[in-house]
Ligand binder design. Structure first.
Ligand code: MRU
Length: 353
């Protein structure tokens, strides 16, 4: 079996005109790639987390939108724009929290609206270039995040991470795991503790899988063990990804992240959020207005178990994300550098063109 790191998380098959993704719902037991050509299949792949992680969702949406509009049969700009927007809005409805989804789709839309004088085939070619650029820029951004993140830790450090913000959530390196992978390229090694990340187990299934494939010293813990592991002195820093960061530094990430941040504060461990500037949403003044995705109760009561593990009829809430208060965050690591408190100022500066 090839290493999971040799597979592309998300790519465009030019010949077939298909979005190609690793089906992350099957990992780590089966490595299956899916070739998707229909916009409904692409919507579903994002909704069901076959492709997941904020940057990877953005890349998949860019490719998906290109695939959805490349065969629109018209020479009329108005008609093309209308059909383009229908496809854009549809894909945008697949998941609400990770801002990279709407960021990528809006980037694609700008290509259409700023080239109104061009022919439809020319616009389609520009869209093709744009979606490929979104992916290649992501590789570069993640590497830079890794470089900045590496300045925060020493060889051999113990890092706690939550969910999966690694290569499987991006195109390469990841965000929170980028310093770890980059460190490996340079002969360093870290001890990484992965929260299993209930209810969808991104930590247990994905982070451990990709870190072990890179030869990283990897330990899996249940989410409720983080406090004890911190108390045992095993953790020097917490590195997590993000799905949307507000202008004041409040950071939305996988459910459970804010609890880890509160624990880290208690134990005096620095808590860092790592993500590209495409995840910073300056339109959200604080984290309180970030939309939090609610997912089906069966993910809590049934999924992964051989039979249901909660009484029929029990009430369940299943928010997929939470917001970590900016006061708990020691630094926000982006491709442009590390923002430090006060974030209203440091993020504004980082977001300047
Ligand atoms: O629901 P998911 O698996 O898409 O959630 C992913 C996360 O919360 C990641 O931490 C975040 O998207 C950052 S990925 C680099």
């Amino acid at each position: 079996m090839n290493s999971i790191l040799s597979y592309e998380t998300v790519s465009l098959d030019e010949r077939e005109g298909a979005l190609v993704i690793l089906d992350q719902t099957k990992l780590p037991n089966e490595i299956i790639t899916l070739h998707l050509t229909d916009i409904r299949e692409i919507w579903r792949a994002i909704y069901t987390l076959q492709v997941r992680g904020a940057p990877a969702i953005g890349i998949a949406a860019g490719f998906g939108l290109y695939i959805a509009v490349k065969d629109i049969d018209t020479e009329d700009y108005g008609e093309f724009l209308r059909k383009f927007r229908e496809a854009k809005d549809y894909l945008n409805s697949s998941r609400p929290t990770a801002v990279n989804l709407s960021w990528a789709l809006t980037r694609m839309e700008r290509v259409v609206t700023s080239n109104a004088g061009k022919t439809i085939p020319e616009i389609k070619e520009l869209l093709h270039e744009e979606c490929r650029a979104i992916k290649s820029e992501d590789i570069d951004m993640c590497r830079r995040i890794g470089e900045h993140g590496l300045t925060l830790i020493k060889d051999g450090a113990g890092i706690l991470t939550h969910c999966n913000a690694g290569q499987l959530a991006t195109s390469k390196y990841g965000t929170a795991l980028a310093p770890i992978h980059l460190g490996r390229e340079r002969g360093m090694n870290f001890r990484v503790y992965c929260d299993e990340t209930r209810p969808l187990l991104q930590g247990a299934r994905l982070s451990t899988f990709e870190l072990m494939a890179d030869g990283v010293d990897t330990t899996l813990i249940c989410d409720n063990m983080a406090s004890q592991v911190m108390k045992m002195g095993l953790i020097d820093a917490v590195f997590v990804g993000c799905d949307r960061v507000a202008a004041n530094g409040d950071a939305c990430n996988k459910i459970g992240t804010s609890g880890v941040a509160i624990l880290a504060k208690y134990y005096g461990i620095p808590f860092y959020v790592l993500g590209p500037t495409s995840t910073i949403d300056m339109k959200n003044r604080t984290g309180s207005i970030i939309p939090i995705e609610q997912r089906p109760p069966e993910e809590v009561t049934e999924m992964w178990y051989s039979r249901r593990m909660a009484p029929e009829g029990v009430k369940v809430i299943n928010p997929a994300f939470d917001v970590t208060d900016h006061e708990l965050i020691a630094g926000i690591v982006t491709e442009k550098g590390i923002a430090r408190p006060p974030y209203t100022e440091s993020l504004r500066e980082i977001m300047l063109p």
